[in-house]
Structures are given as C-alpha cells and as structure tokens.
Design a protein around this ligand. Structure first.
Ligand code: UDP
Length: 421
C-alpha cells in the first residue's frame, strides 16, 4: 500500500442514520456500528474521514471528532428527529446544499466518496460526478431482498428504493458486498453492474472478548444455575422474535430465561411491535421467563454475551449480522436461521447451529440440543472466538484501503487516457 493511500481524504455519506446515534433503536444498529468503526480504523491508519449525516437531534455539535482523524458532520436537512426513510428523500436537496456549504466554509476536499445505504447512493453519484472522484458503495440491505421476506404491506420497500439502488450500482466504481451470499444476491436481483468486492463487517476484538460467566451474571443480576438465551438487535419483524418466543415456549421444561436486548420505543412502529411481542409472550405463557431489557449501550454488551449460554438470531433476513460475530468473539455459540450473512458467520455444528427460517419447532429443537448437550455446547464455545479472529476492524480497514487504492489507480489511468485522447 503506498503512503498516498493512507493519507486519503474520504467523504463518507451516511445520510440516513448517524454513526454516533444510540444503538438498538428502530433504525440504529449494524450500519451505525459499521460506519463508525470502519471510520475509526481507517483514521487510525492515517486516512482522514468526514462522515456526513443528517442532523436528527438539536443538541449535537455541527462537527464531532469522535476519534483522531474521524469526524461526523451533522447537516441540517429536515426536522431534528427521526424521519421515515422515504420522507428523507424530500430533504436530499437540503442535505446536498449542506455538504457543499461545509466544503465552501472549510475548504475541505476529498479523494473518494464511500456511500452507505441507498439514500446516500443517490447523492454520492451526484457528488462523484461534480467533484471528479471515484465512488464506492455499500448497501447494507437491499429492497429486493427485504421484499422477499416482508410479512406485512408496511414492511415492503417501495419501487423508488429499488430504482435508486439499481442506479447507484450502475454508477459506482465498486460495490462492497458483506458476504459472498450478499454478492450473489446482488448479481441475481440487480444484474452484473459495477464490480462487487466482498469485505465483511467487523468486530472490536479487544472489547468483545470472553469475560468470566459468573461475574458477568452477577453484574446483570442473573442466577448462576439457569440457562440464559440472549437476543440482541433492533425490534423489527424481520428479526424473527415471534418465532423465537414460540420456540422458547416449547422449552418450558428447561430452567431457562430469555433476554431480549434492543428497542428504544421512540417511534410508533417500534412501541407497537414491542407491545405485540409482550402480549404474545404472555399468551404463550413465557412472559415470566422473558425479559425485555431494552437497548443496551454497545460497550456493555460483552457482559451480556458472556453471561449467556447461547445467542439466538431467528431473523428472516440478515445481510450480515454483527451480533453473531460479537457473540462468537465473546465465546458464546449462536443458534441462527440459515439466511443471508448468518450462513457465512456461523459454522453449523462448529460454532453454532443453523436452522431453516420461520420454523419455531426446529428452532426449539436446536436450542434444546445446545442447552442440554454439554459436550456439544463446550465444543461450539471453544471454537467460537477463534472463528472470528479475522473480523477485526483493522483488517477490514486494510481491505478497504486496498480497494480505495485500486479504484483511484483505475480512475487515474482512465483520466490519463481521456487526456491523451
Ligand atoms: N446493538 C447495541 N445495543 C442494542 C442493540 C443492538 O449496541 O441494544 C448493536 C449490536 O451490538 C450490533 C448492532 O447493534 O453491533 C446490530 O447489528 P446487526 O448487524 O446484528 O443487525 P442490524 O442492525 O444491521 O440489522
């Protein structure tokens, strides 16, 4: 890697959600962690990172340098609160003007754009063209794939999103897929457009590491003798909590407790979903053994993972699944549905068990196996951490730097040909 690569100035577009926002809310999860931690790791390697996001709270500073060389720039575009993603489209012009104003006031310039999610892709294409720089795009989730598993009309993504995704794919210099499965699905549903490289999400291996179970349980006030199942994630239907509660109800004979971490009932959708699940837990007779913990700060999660016997991910869609990597990094096996990114993170029979999606009985059967067969549990737990040692953010940042270098070299070559022509 040349020294020029590490002194790169990168404009990161994360219009939809702020990487510094509290996690575990309706739309604050993996993508926020990914943008924040990748930025931090790239900056630690000498790149300078400006992450542009829409201001969602009145009390945040315009510019926050959250790590040396990594800044979040809050742009005024629309109300200072959460706004539905489709309504954000109305604020794209304000957001674009805000970025241009910031550049004019500070003299900032960039070598490359990395856009996250479809909403940013729309603007990224515009700026890439105007600034004459290459653009790399990461989508995190895709409309076509979400629609395949949507259970209600409200969950279905609109045609405008698909169209923007399609155009962004066609106009980007490179697309980052999070797994091979993600890449294949992009090719299948969006056609071969820009070259797609696979770089997974990461984990802070220093922070997410096994802690002694007894003290972790003591910290959380959990009994030492009982089995503990842990769910961590945003409380959305596609996370499969309904299947989980039904599966848990089939394990009534086990002395077990289910912790559901996540949920900041700020939006109507979210409050409604939490209430629906609480009613379902009561109906299934598992309310007393199920604890809706609410959102927990990221840095406290190693205690939860270490206290648990098993982490559960009953999702019907995961483009990646940072929670699975975090749990394994803490030495806790994962029982997950065989969907999307989870199939490449969880090694069936080695670090966890994979289950066909939306099948509560099978999910319960796999949970029973992990919780009752101590030899199996011991083996999965022993393999867990080692299986994710390649997911440290440093390594993920290096892979991005190599990609950025390649894209820039290609652009310089094309520009040179254009000048000669
Ligand atoms: N998370 C958190 N606190 C919570 C719930 C979730 O810090 O209360 C974090 C979790 O540790 C993980 C991310 O949010 O890093 C969720 O990422 P994942 O890829 O599993 O799911 P996504 O949000 O992308 O659907």
């Amino acid at each position: 890697m040349s020294s020029q690569d590490v002194s790169l100035k990168i404009a990161v577009l994360s219009m939809h959600t702020c990487p510094l926002a509290p996690l575990g809310g309706w739309e604050t999860g993996g993508m926020n962690v990914y943008v924040r931690e990748l930025g931090r790791a790239l900056a630690a390697r000498g790149a300078s990172i400006d992450i542009f996001t829409r201001r969602q709270a009145a009390d945040v500073a315009d510019v926050v340098e959250y790590a040396p060389g990594a800044r979040v720039i809050h742009i005024d575009a629309g109300p200072h609160r959460h706004v539905d993603k489709y309504d954000i489209l109305d604020y794209l012009p304000d957001f674009a003007c805000g970025i241009q104003r910031f550049r004019a006031l500070t003299g900032a310039s960039y070598d490359l754009i990395h856009s996250h999610y479809w909403l940013s892709g729309r603007l990224g294409l515009l700026f890439a063209d105007r600034w004459g720089v290459p653009m790399v795009s990461t989508f995190h989730t895709l409309a076509q794939l979400k629609n395949r598993v949507a259970e209600t009309a409200a969950e279905r993504e609109q045609a405008v999103r698909f169209e923007i995704e399609r155009r962004t794919m066609a106009g980007s210099d490179r697309i980052v897929a999070l797994t091979q499965v993600d890449r294949q699905q992009m090719l299948r549903h969006y056609g071969g457009q820009a070259p797609i490289v696979v770089i997974p999400g990461g984990v802070d291996l220093e922070r997410f590491k096994p802690l002694p179970r007894t003290s972790a349980r003591r910290t959380l006030g959990l009994p030492s003798g009982r089995k503990v199942l842990l769910f961590v994630g945003r409380i959305q239907r596609l996370k499969g909590l309904e299947v989980l509660l039904r599966a848990f109800a089939l394990l009534a004979d086990l002395d077990a407790e289910l912790l559901i971490v996540g949920g900041r009932p700020g939006t109507t959708y979210e409050s409604r979903e939490i209430t629906r699940l609480q009613h379902l837990a009561a109906k299934l007779g598992v309310a007393e053994r199920t604890r809706f913990v609410g959102a927990v700060p990221h840095e406290e999660l190693p205690t939860y993972y270490s206290a648990a016997d098993v982490s559960v991910m009953p999702s019907s869609y995961e483009s990646f699944g940072l929670v699975a990597v975090e749990s394994l990094a803490c030495g806790t096996p994962v029982v997950a549905t065989r969907v999307g990114g989870l199939t490449s993170i969880v090694r069936d029979g080695e670090t966890g068990l994979l289950v066909p999606w939306r099948d509560a009985e099978l999910f319960a059967e796999r949970l029973r196996r992990v919780l009752s067969d101590s030899e199996l549990h011991g083996r999965l737990a022993t393999n867990a951490r080692e299986s994710v040692l390649g997911y440290g953010w440093d390594r993920i940042a290096d892979e991005h730097l190599a990609l950025y270098g390649e894209v820039r070299a290609q652009r310089r070559a094309t520009d040179a040909v254009a000048v000669r022509g």
